[in-house]
Write a protein that binds this ligand. Structure first.
Ligand code: ADP
Ligand code: ZN
Length: 519
């Protein structure tokens, strides 16, 4: 162990009053003290900030911290100052004189840490200032913001590597709670000039109960959830501002202390609502995705998605705001074919490049697979982050809320439909083909003439769609790695076609049970 790591343990207690490190912190610190460039991928709440704050406190020199949100920077600076650590933040929300005073302080070497907004770091006059101030480390918080395909993309993050070079002599410490393998690779490629030491902590949050339901009446389903958690703090995510407003009103009408939060509200109202949520017990925030980054409230007891979230990463981050104190917390995510089609349309009609659209479509597929999977939610979720695990016993699938049936014949029918259409068609089209619905597209491709046409009348279109996604989630079918627009069978899929393995598929929860079963 590096001697500074031992020094850091003393500072952990002296400055922060914590008895011991959290899992993962010490490994990262040891690498940082050994002078390595580091990328630490650790779940929300695991204490990533200390991985750059403690070195800044223990070592000589100045640590620059780049963070995407001004509110987050202010918060951390305040907390550090309260603990007697000299820190400041340079950003556009300061007045001119405030920034000037901080710059003077930097020149005098007054600070251990300086938080800098990314656009400020990119300003041509900033590198000279920070060099003069003795900067020797650059911590990049929320490093996934560099990912173009991610939901938190910040264009300024792309200039960070160059800014670091302009300052010179900086050790890089990048941290994030969100990084699947492709995002991780993008962070490494974009921020680091040579491969960093990478640390990945388990993403499992075993105290969070996972549950997903098809929407029957979203407002009613959310009301039930809120009613079951009376007196407890929770967050309800909606896809639109209007949805958040409407739902917040409905919840208030049944006596729940609900407050809306979205980018359409005036800044004072937003921060008042956020403060009330943080300070009081039992407030329910009904929000768009604008809410949450940097929120550190330990006792959020439930998180509910009234609409399909943006992606698997967004889902993970949003449910991750529940149960940070380690006590049991519940989540409920509602999804519908309508949500899925809306997103497909948004992707198709957006003005992103073809490559980016395909990437977004792939992300959507992964999310649908999570919703439709017959496999343990947590297993499916962790697999999306590259982590293998066993069934968790703490999700709606493990608890057996969804009816299951022997799905071999249905799977064979779907795979036959895929085969007959050369793997070029998607769930909706294949479902129409199987139930024998001669839509324009079916006729145009002559698919009404296939022997598979109409062999699946025993299920509805929506059920076939769901089963298709289940085959994808169970990795029986996959997108051809060479040609993403084509479906191919995996080895496990071929075994099912040959009838050599059993296969369990998931049916639908009848709407009447759906309400009873979400508890
Ligand atoms: P992250 O950035 O990983 O989401 P933070 O760095 O904000 O997490 O830390 C989350 C909370 O955990 C903070 O309140 C922090 O003070 C606390 N914390 C961090 N490390 C420790 C520790 N070793 N022991 C106790 N509490 C810790
Ligand atoms: Zn499970």
């Amino acid at each position: 162990m590096h001697p500074d790591t031992i020094e850091a343990r003393a500072a952990l207690e002296r400055v922060f009053g914590f008895a011991d490190f959290r899992p993962g912190q010490i490994e990262v610190l040891d690498a940082v003290f050994s002078g390595e460039n580091v990328l630490a991928v650790m779940p929300t709440g695991s204490g990533k900030s200390l991985c750059y704050q403690l070195p800044a406190i223990v070592r000589k020199g100045l640590t620059i911290v780049v963070s995407p949100l001004i509110a987050l920077m202010r918060d951390q600076v305040q907390q550090l100052e309260r603990r007697g650590v000299a820190a400041a933040a340079l950003h556009s929300a300061n007045t001119g004189p405030e920034n000037a005073a901080i710059e003077a302080g930097l020149r005098r070497g007054r600070y251990r840490l300086v938080y800098v907004a990314p656009e400020r770091l990119l300003r041509p006059d900033t590198p000279a200032l920070l060099r003069e101030a003795g900067a020797n480390a650059l911590a990049i918080d929320e490093a996934h913001c560099v990912s173009q395909w991610g939901h938190d993309f910040r264009p300024e993050y792309h200039g960070l590597a160059q800014a670091a070079q302009a300052i010179g002599g900086l050790q890089l410490i990048a941290v994030t709670a969100t990084a699947d393998a492709p995002t991780r690779a993008e962070i490494v490629r974009t921020l680091f000039s040579s491969p960093p030491r990478i640390f990945v902590r388990s993403f499992d949050r075993p105290n969070i109960h996972l549950s997903m339901r098809r929407k029957t009446s979203a407002a009613r389903q959310v009301e039930d959830m809120v009613a079951r958690h009376k007196g407890q703090s929770g967050i309800v995510y909606c896809a639109s501002r209007k949805g958040a407003e409407d739902l917040s009103r409905r919840l208030s009408a049944i006596g729940a202390p609900a407050l809306p939060y979205h980018a359409g509200l005036a800044a004072e109202i937003r921060s008042a609502h956020q403060d009330e949520f943080l300070r009081c017990d039992g407030v329910v925030i009904v929000a768009t995705v604008a809410f949450g980054m940097g929120i550190d409230k330990p006792d959020v007891r439930f998180v509910c998605h009234a609409d399909l979230p943006q992606s698997v990463e967004a889902y993970y981050q949003e449910i991750g705001r529940a149960g940070r104190d380690g006590l049991p917390a519940k989540t409920l995510t509602l999804f519908s074919d309508g949500d899925i089609r809306l997103r497909e349309r948004q992707i198709a009609e957006g003005d992103a490049s073809a490559e980016r659209k395909r990437a977004e479509q792939r992300k959507l597929q992964a999310l649908i697979a999570l919703c439709e999977s017959p496999r343990c939610r947590r297993q499916t979720l962790l697999a999306a982050f590259g982590e293998a695990s066993d069934p968790c016993g703490n999700c709606d699938i493990c608890e057996g809320h969804w009816p299951v049936f022997n799905g071999v014949v249905a799977a064979q029918k779907i795979m036959s439909a895929i085969h007959r259409t050369s793997g070029r068609f998607f769930s909706g089209h294949l479902a129409n083909l199987l139930v024998g619905k001669a839509t324009d597209a079916i006729k145009r491709h002559g698919h009404d003439l296939l022997p598979t046409f109409g062999v699946g009348k025993e299920f509805a279109v929506s059920e076939w769609r769901s089963m298709f996604h289940q085959l994808h989630a169970s990795e029986l079918i996959a997108q051809d790695p060479e040609d993403r627009d084509r479906w191919v069978f995996t080895d496990a899929g071929r075994d099912v076609i040959l009838g050599q393995t059993p296969l369990t598929l998931r049916g639908e929860i009848a709407p009447a049970d759906a309400r009873a079963a979400t508890g």
